[in-house]
Design a protein around this ligand. Structure first.
Ligand SMILES: [Zn+2]
Ligand SMILES: [Zn+2]
Ligand SMILES: [Zn+2]
Ligand SMILES: [Zn+2]
Length: 374
């Protein structure tokens, strides 16, 4: 091995970078200690208060105190974790020696099939990754060593590249925990940063590889069950999470083509839940359409006659019919009136004629009757 060996040259450069750990040396460590102390004191006070409530049988006070106790314990835990993280970052460490750094680089060759060092970038290639039966292919993990400076060194110094990308349907996400080439290390964030600052490079690369080989659904950029998209409930075409719509009416996911809005109320729903009023040409959701009681076509609720339960045409038709019927009845009534008038005239005429013809007889009878009643 000569000084021209890329591994040795890189180890020498790494030694220079890691020899002077940059630490902030600010007073924020004291602020964090004060926060921890504050919560710890509050906890002691609350415990005293709680036991007093217990002794005196103050149930409401006791319950209230327990709630505050739980919250204070949580805050204290958070404050301790924060202080711990800060101490990790700022406390000076022993700088790794050259032999150790070279050992780390050589270790990489044992862990990964392909390790290259080119222009200050250490890169390794992983075995193909498959998570929950979703094949994602191999990844190249790159570490530009110039970035190993400062105390904010973390998982984002790595660049993750899919060798044969199998991105999620409709997106450029190549791994559930990688976005734009950056790793979302989740629980591994702190150990990863710590390994990098200590110069434990093989640990750092192995941690990245284990993150790539582990699936955590709660922190995934695209969940694996959606990786290959899902079928539209209407047309069965495969759609990604970003391109699909949810229909509240039938509770199904549909593609963009199978989603529209009701022209009456403006609510979005799938095209299966919409029907067209062929006359008004409006798409109507279940709430905004009716079936005409006359011609049984679909009618939008704005055009529908609720009282008669008819479409406008059937309503007009019915009105016309009613008018016609009314007219017919009126004519009929008039006819009857004329007919009755004619009969009366005849009768009158006959009566008149009878009076004039039989006048003397009638008079005679009247005259004849008079003597009887008298
Ligand atoms: Zn569709
Ligand atoms: Zn629907
Ligand atoms: Zn509607
Ligand atoms: Zn109708």
């Amino acid at each position: 091995m000569t000084r021209h060996d890329p591994f040795l040259r890189t180890a020498i450069r790494l030694q220079g970078l890691l020899a002077h750990p940059h630490h902030t040396g600010d007073d924020s460590i004291e602020q964090r200690a004060a926060t921890v102390q504050g919560y710890a004191e509050a906890l002691v006070k609350l415990l005293t208060l709680w036991s007093r409530c217990q002794k005196r049988g103050w149930h409401v006070g006791s319950l209230h105190t327990i709630q505050r106790l739980h919250m204070t314990v949580r805050m204290l835990q958070q404050a301790v974790a924060d202080a711990n993280h800060h101490v990790e970052r700022v406390v000076p460490r022993r700088a790794p020696v050259l032999r150790e750094l070279l050992g780390e680089l050589l270790q990489l060759e044992e862990e990964f099939t392909k390790v290259t060092i080119d222009r200050g970038v250490i890169s390794v290639i992983t075995e193909p990754v498959e998570l929950d039966d979703v094949y994602l292919g191999s990844f190249q993990i790159e570490l530009p060593i110039a970035q190993l400076v400062g105390d904010r060194v973390g998982s984002d110094v790595f660049q993750i590249i899919a060798i044969e990308p199998h991105p999620a349907t409709g997106s450029d996400v190549v791994h559930p925990h990688v976005r734009d080439g950056r790793l979302c290390a989740g629980d591994a964030t702190v150990p990863l940063a710590s390994a990098l600052r200590d110069g434990r490079l093989s640990d750092a690369f192995l941690t990245v590889r284990s993150v790539l080989n582990t699936y955590n659904g709660s922190s995934a950029y695209v969940p694996l069950h959606d990786w290959n998209g899902i079928a539209c409930a209407n047309c069965e075409s495969i759609v990604s999470e970003d391109d699909r719509f949810y229909c509240e009416r039938c509770r199904s996911d549909v593609c963009n083509d199978c989603y529209a809005t009701c022209d009456v109320c403006g609510e979005g729903c799938c095209t299966s839940c919409l029907e067209k009023d062929r006359r008004s040409n409006r798409l109507c959701c279940g709430e905004c359409r009716h079936r005409c009681g006359g011609c049984s076509r679909i009618v939008d609720s704005d055009s529908f006659d609720d009282e008669l339960a008819l479409c406008p045409e059937c309503r007009d038709e019915r009105e016309r019919e009613e008018q016609e019927q009314q007219q017919t009845e009126e004519i009929h009534d008039d006819d009857n009136d004329d007919h009755n008038g004619a009969e009366r005239t005849t009768a009158d005429a006959v009566e008149l004629a009878g009076q004039s013809a039989d006048g003397p007889i009638t008079g005679g009878a009247a005259e004849a009757a008079e003597p009887v009643s008298a």
